[in-house]
Design a protein around this ligand. Structure first.
Ligand SMILES: NC(=O)c1ccc[n+]([C@@H]2O[C@H](COP(=O)([O-])OP(=O)(O)OC[C@H]3O[C@@H](n4cnc5c(N)ncnc54)[C@H](OP(=O)(O)O)[C@@H]3O)[C@@H](O)[C@H]2O)c1
Length: 290
């Protein structure tokens, strides 16, 4: 079995492809012959040993994939690359807008990095719930992609507060979905209406420094949460519900999954560099078959 291994914590150079003995499934487990593996920010946090992500070296990064035997049944006929691209980020977008802050018709939402992997899926899901999406991107072709996903407004990170102000008649956003973190957090908090919710779900630009709870008071009795997927797929029922809805929407053509780039396993480091370097849109996949 070929795996990507990190021999120690560090930059992309610590990653290398190695041979390992194929695992044997224990009770209640399956072995998946992976056809496509998703590249996620979590893999970068693991490699760098950031926050709660501190695997013991040597470690095998990665948390997403699809293959011939799966713990989550993939509907018959679904392309395995699409399944791999949709599962982690699809369930993330799903829990963010259905459970963390359940978007209602007319709610004004901010979706940061709207042309990213989570961003494109979240934008589409907020729209199907009737929300208004103010999306941010760094510009260029990312603007068009976010608009195609259904965003009502797509602007740079320096302008989203003005647009929220405009579309809400000064009231502010109901929710800010922020996977960018350090660079956007303060403006996001300031863009919320009283009792609005800051959903800080990632740190693409770096970790947000400690927050004084009094800021939530002066901002208007705001809510702040830092959710993680694992707590929103707490048991098999919840996991099957979220994965089932995501796959159902894809099968019906109601959710578009954009695969922004595919890489051979030996280019795992380059995939992570491209992701962290803001050079990507949609989802990145490692394909062992390439
Ligand atoms: N909590 C959870 O359950 C969960 C699950 C999955 C993912 N996540 C988080 O979701 C976020 C998005 O993940 P993703 O895989 O979909 O990545 P992504 O959005 O495809 O890529 C990150 C994007 O963030 C934007 N960005 C803004 N400032 C940046 C900076 N200083 N450095 C790098 N990127 C910057 C870039 O878009 P622009 O060029 O348009 O600015 C970049 O393309 C990450 O923070 C990840 O950790 C959280």
């Amino acid at each position: 079995m070929r795996v990507v291994v990190g021999e120690r914590m560090g930059g992309p150079e610590v990653l290398a492809v190695a041979e390992r003995e194929a695992p044997r499934p224990g009770p209640g487990e399956v072995v998946v012959d992976v056809a496509a593996a998703g590249v996620n920010y979590m893999d970068i946090y693991q490699r760098e040993g950031i926050g709660n992500y501190r695997p013991e070296p040597p470690f095998v990064p990665g948390a997403e994939g699809a293959g011939t035997v799966a713990a989550v049944p993939v509907p018959d006929g679904m392309n395995l690359q699409v399944a791999a691209a949709a599962i982690l980020q699809g369930m993330t977008a799903h829990y963010l807008c259905t459970s963390t802050y359940p978007v209602r018709e007319g709610d004004i939402t901010v979706v940061h990095a709207a042309a990213g992997g989570v961003g494109l899926l979240l934008t589409q899901m907020v729209k199907r719930r009737g929300g208004v999406v103010v999306g941010t991107t760094s510009g260029g072709p990312k603007v068009e992609l976010a608009l195609q996903a259904g965003a009502d407004h797509v602007v740079g990170y320096d302008r989203f507060r003005d647009i929220v102000d405009e579309v809400s008649d000064g009231a502010g956003a109901h929710v800010v979905y922020d996977g960018v973190g350090r660079d956007t957090f303060d403006d996001g908090l300031a863009a919320l209406r009283p009792r609005g919710m800051m959903v800080l779900y990632g740190a693409a630009s770096g970790q947000v420094p400690p927050v004084d709870p009094q800021r939530l008071n002066s901002g208007g009795s705001l809510f702040l949460t830092r959710p993680t997927l694992v707590h929103y797929v707490a048991d098999a029922t919840e996991l099957r519900w979220r994965a089932g809805e995501v796959f159902d929407w894809i099968t019906k053509g109601e959710l578009d999954v954009r695969i922004g780039g595919t890489y051979p396993l030996s280019d795992a480091a380059r995939a992570q560099e491209d992701l962290a370097g803001r050079r990507t849109t949609g989802k990145l996949l490692l394909l062992p078959g390439l």
